[in-house]
Each structure stands twice: as structure tokens, then as C-alpha cells.
Design a protein around this ligand. Structure first.
Ligand code: SF4
Length: 78
């Protein structure tokens, strides 16, 4: 899920790393402080996804990336 086949995102979201931080937080049952700090440093956040679907077309593993971006926005707040 961190392979990067989905890139480049239309608006510049680092999809692979957003997914990684989402998974790390889910595994811990909370957002670790370091993860929150790293997420904050992204130039573009999951909440900026315009749901164009380009990344999903690029993904050979059928990852529901738009759903993942929605979940990340919900979890991190932006
Ligand atoms: S659907 Fe969202 S995450 Fe995927 S390329 Fe478009 S803007 Fe980027």
C-alpha cells in the first residue's frame, strides 16, 4: 500500500504517506504525537482530495484511495 503506483496525485497529496500515518494511528488506537506532527508538515492534506479518481486508476491493487483520504480527513481533521 506504500508502493507509490498511485502517484502523482492531482492536487499533490502524498497518498502513500497519508495511508501510512492512517494505518499507524489505527494500529495504535490513537494518533501518536509524532504522527500528528509529521501529518501537519505535509504540503497537502487528505482533506484537499477532490476525488478525481486518478490515483485509483493508477493503483494495480484496487485500493479504495478516495475512501482512505476521507478517513484520514476524519481522523486528522484536515
Ligand atoms: S482522488 Fe484525491 S488523492 Fe486521488 S489523485 Fe485525485 S485528488 Fe489525489
Amino acid at each position: 500500500m506504500y508502493c507509490g503506483h498511485c502517484a502523482p496525485c492531482t492536487v499533490g497529496i502524498n497518498i502513500a504517506d497519508v495511508n501510512k500515518y492512517l494505518n499507524l494511528s489505527a494500529a495504535q488506537g490513537e494518533i501518536p504525537e509524532t504522527v500528528a506532527d509529521h501529518y501537519k508538515l505535509f504540503a497537502y492534506h487528505a482533506g484537499e482530495c477532490i476525488e478525481c479518481g486518478k490515483c485509483e486508476k493508477n493503483c494495480p491493487f484496487d485500493v479504495k484511495i478516495i475512501d482512505r483520504m476521507r478517513k484520514a480527513k476524519e481522523l486528522f481533521g484536515y
